[in-house]
Design a protein around this ligand. Structure first.
Ligand SMILES: Cc1ncc(COP(=O)(O)O)c(C=O)c1O
Length: 382
């Protein structure tokens, strides 16, 4: 199949699959709202493309990691509620408040910086208190909540819209001990805040795995990343779901990554392929040179390990993954032509390559496989 679209590689975003996944989560979550987590270039799916689909679906909330991501959305005209889930440096507070980006507050310093910025701008800084419940990443230890609440009472520029926390060990296990402990810590923190007069309109704790497994974690809002993109957070999440007798969500992968055959060559038996001469042909072989490499996010550990799909057949990667190229063996695939479509991730005919397969070969997780697809590669909604 020829791919004459003016691009040498592209990422296809399947809008139907996205809406299907969103519906699956909405059914599970009931009255709890969905925040589409679009950090890391929407997990490699394209920040603006996924923000557009989220807007079309009527989602009110987007979650990003950084000020830059938030500003990119604002500049592109997205006026949904955007929460920066990650780090905003003290000198970025003003830009965040100016653009009406919500920030998480996780210590006195960032709270005060946001208040100062709001004062200068004569606005209010909308914040979500991030509570430490056991992940030991960003978050206010429960013991320090008292001093934070006292400080907030002195800062009229601060509007507390939410309180949140994040699970540490929900994807990696079928044991629910640690998430339950974090949930209990979260509830304790919420009670403490409310008993101390803090009104909290939006409480949120759940990520994809929690939304799939633990209705107790739903509260007002669920921050859904990977699941919206049609991927399971882990095998353990699926097993836990089945062990509980729950019907697993019918998630459909949203992303396919494709390119074209850049050159075809026939080499004699005994030829070395690529850097380091790590592969030597055992027979006369036909190779497809494919214009994708580790710069694009095709991990170098896939060298001599992964396969790509051409004309619905598997073509084994031979030799090392280069910065901008890979070579694949097409000796047994009849009729391959220059500029035929190549699938690096996704389906071609009856064959498919999943993010989980590539992750397993690369010694990582599906999250990393998709988020590391270079953001310069065009994303095309299909
Ligand atoms: C704070 C926070 N909330 C929500 C999410 C979404 O998690 P998931 O992609 O597993 O749904 C993430 C992702 O890492 C996160 O860091």
């Amino acid at each position: 199949m020829k791919a004459g679209n003016g691009m040498i590689q592209w990422v296809e975003i399947d809008r139907k699959a996205f809406f299907n996944n969103l519906d699956e989560f909405k059914k599970r979550l009931g009255r709890t709202e969905v925040m589409a987590v679009v950090k890391a270039n929407a997990y490699g799916h394209g920040l603006l493309e996924i923000a557009r689909l989220s807007r079309e679906a009527g989602l009110n909330w987007l979650g990003v990691n950084s000020l830059e991501e938030g500003l990119t959305l604002r500049r592109a005209g997205f006026n949904q509620k955007i929460l920066i889930l990650g780090y905003v440096s003290l000198d970025q507070a003003e830009a965040a408040v100016e653009a009406d980006l919500r920030c998480v507050a996780y210590n006195l310093e960032n709270l005060k910086a946001l208040a100062r910025a709001a004062r200068r701008l004569q606005k209010r800084a909308i914040i979500h208190l991030k509570v430490e419940t056991g992940t030991n990443r960003q978050g206010i230890p429960v013991k320090q909540l008292g001093s934070i609440v006292r400080e907030i009472k002195k800062l009229p520029e601060i509007e507390v819209e939410g309180v949140s926390s994040h699970f540490a060990n929900i994807e990696d296990t079928t044991d629910d001990y640690y998430p339950k402990r974090q949930l209990a810590n979260f509830i304790e923190a919420v009670h403490f805040l409310e008993e101390n007069g803090q009104v909290i309109p939006v409480k949120h704790l759940a990520c994809s795995a929690a939304a799939i497994l633990f209705p107790e974690t739903f509260f007002d809002l669920a921050r859904i990343g990977l699941g919206l993109y049609g991927l399971w957070p882990s095998k353990e999440t699926l097993i836990s779901c089945q062990q509980r007798g729950q019907e697993p969500l019918k998630l459909k992968p949203v992303l396919s990554w494709r390119t074209k055959v850049a050159q075809i060559k026939t080499v004699p038996a005994g030829s070395y392929i690529g850097y380091g001469c790590t592969y030597r042909t055992t027979r006369r072989s036909q190779l497809a040179v494919i214009p994708v490499g580790y710069y694009d996010g095709y991990d170098r550990s896939l060298s001599n390990a992964a396969y790509v799909l051409i004309k619905g057949h598997r073509a084994q990667v031979r030799g090392r993954v280069c910065m901008d190229f890979i070579m694949a063996d097409i000796t047994d695939i009849p009729g391959v032509e220059l500029e035929d479509r190549v699938t690096l991730l996704g389906t071609d005919g009856r064959e498919k390559i999943t993010a989980e397969q590539l992750a397993s070969l690369a010694g990582t997780i599906n999250y990393e496989i998709v988020t590391r697809i270079n953001q310069l590669i065009p994303r095309v909604i299909v």
